[in-house]
Design a protein around this ligand. Structure first.
Ligand SMILES: Nc1ncnc2c1ncn2[C@@H]1O[C@H](COP(=O)(O)OP(=O)(O)O)[C@@H](O)[C@H]1O
Ligand SMILES: Cc1ncc(COP(=O)(O)OP(=O)(O)O)c(N)n1
Length: 287
């Protein structure tokens, strides 16, 4: 039996809800074999980030080369990349090993406000890494930093997406978690002019730690299995909705999402329990 091998290049979250830990849990849930390259170690919990240590350059390079010299990757996702050197080394590895299906989650700031990417690394990310990606998945503040365009409504969101594509990015999925309104709507646009929107009811929850990591990891896993971009994003949207709708209430702050929730739903559905009629699952997908 062969299983798609998927690499996450990201930081460790000791709290287990974001970063490498969220990615590997998501990969396991979506039936792909997860590999990891650590860029940084964070001392972090549901209350915030207490400390960050970046992995030294030689050790970062050694991890990338260990993966590149042995595994046949079907997809790669990046999360916390910390600084310009880390980004440069990741780009070298992507080119040396011709890694396919690169999904870039341009992680910049944790929800509690702690910086996870040096300010001067934003240009390096744009110029060197994004052109190699099949998809970049910014949240609203990240999109504003990448483009300099304030996002206040759908038309400014559209302008920002077009502006990012003009820099050579192939496709962007602008996440709607930070916007207001009754739905959490994510907008997709690519160089071919293809566009779609993914929409679910906005859940009133504080248990949102690691949503972006989990979502982009699910997209990478679905691409690795050979699904189209549209289908991969659609499945990932339903995966994160389930993970948000049935939280575990771990820790005393912004708790992690529930990575097993989508699978547990599918299993209960197969057993004849039809909970997906619940309003939290009114998933909308339009073009
Ligand atoms: N309260 C919410 N209810 C439903 N979906 C949400 C909610 N918050 C975020 N999402 C969804 O989770 C995914 C991650 O988005 P977001 O939270 O914006 O990313 P990040 O963690 O990078 O800030 C997106 O699909 C977004 O629409
Ligand atoms: C190690 C690490 N990587 C990434 C993040 C940010 O994750 P995200 O999914 O954006 O979730 P929040 O931090 O916004 O809850 C992180 N916190 N730690």
């Amino acid at each position: 039996m062969t299983v798609p091998q998927v690499l996450t290049i990201a930081g460790s979250d000791s709290g287990g809800g974001a970063g490498i830990q969220a990615d590997l849990k998501t990969f396991q849930e979506r039936g792909v074999f997860g590999l990891s390259v650590l860029t940084a170690v964070t001392a972090q919990n549901t209350l915030g980030v207490q400390r960050v240590g970046v992995v030294e350059p030689e050790l970062l390079s050694a991890q990338l080369d260990s993966i590149g010299s042995d595994f046949q990757l079907a997809a790669v996702k990046t999360g916390m990349l910390a600084d310009p050197f880390t980004i440069e080394r990741v780009v070298e590895a992507v080119m040396t090993y011709s890694w396919p299906n690169l999904v870039v989650d341009p992680v910049m700031v944790a929800k509690g406000g702690h910086s996870l990417l040096e300010q001067q690394a934003i240009d390096t990310l744009k110029q060197l890494l994004l052109p190699h990606s099949v998809l970049v998945t910014p949240n609203t503040p990240e999109m504003e930093l990448l483009t300099g365009i304030p996002i206040t409504d759908d038309s400014s969101a559209r302008r920002a997406m077009e502006s990012l594509l003009e820099t050579g990015v192939y496709a962007v999925l602008l996440k709607g978690g930070h916007r207001k309104g009754p739905t959490a709507t994510d907008l997709y646009l690519d160089q071919t002019g293809k566009e779609f929107r993914l929409s679910t009811p906005r859940l009133d929850t504080t248990q949102t730690h690691g949503t972006g990591c989990t979502f982009s990891a699910a997209i990478a896993a679905e691409l690795a299995k050979g699904n189209s971009m549209e289908r991969a994003c659609g499945t990932a949207k339903q995966f994160i909705q389930a993970a948000l709708a049935y939280p575990l209430h771990i820790g005393s702050g912004h708790g992690p999402t529930h990575h097993a929730a989508y699978r547990l739903f599918e299993e209960r559905k197969e057993a004849g329990v039809n909970e997906r009629t619940e309003s939290v699952f009114h998933y909308g997908h339009s073009r």
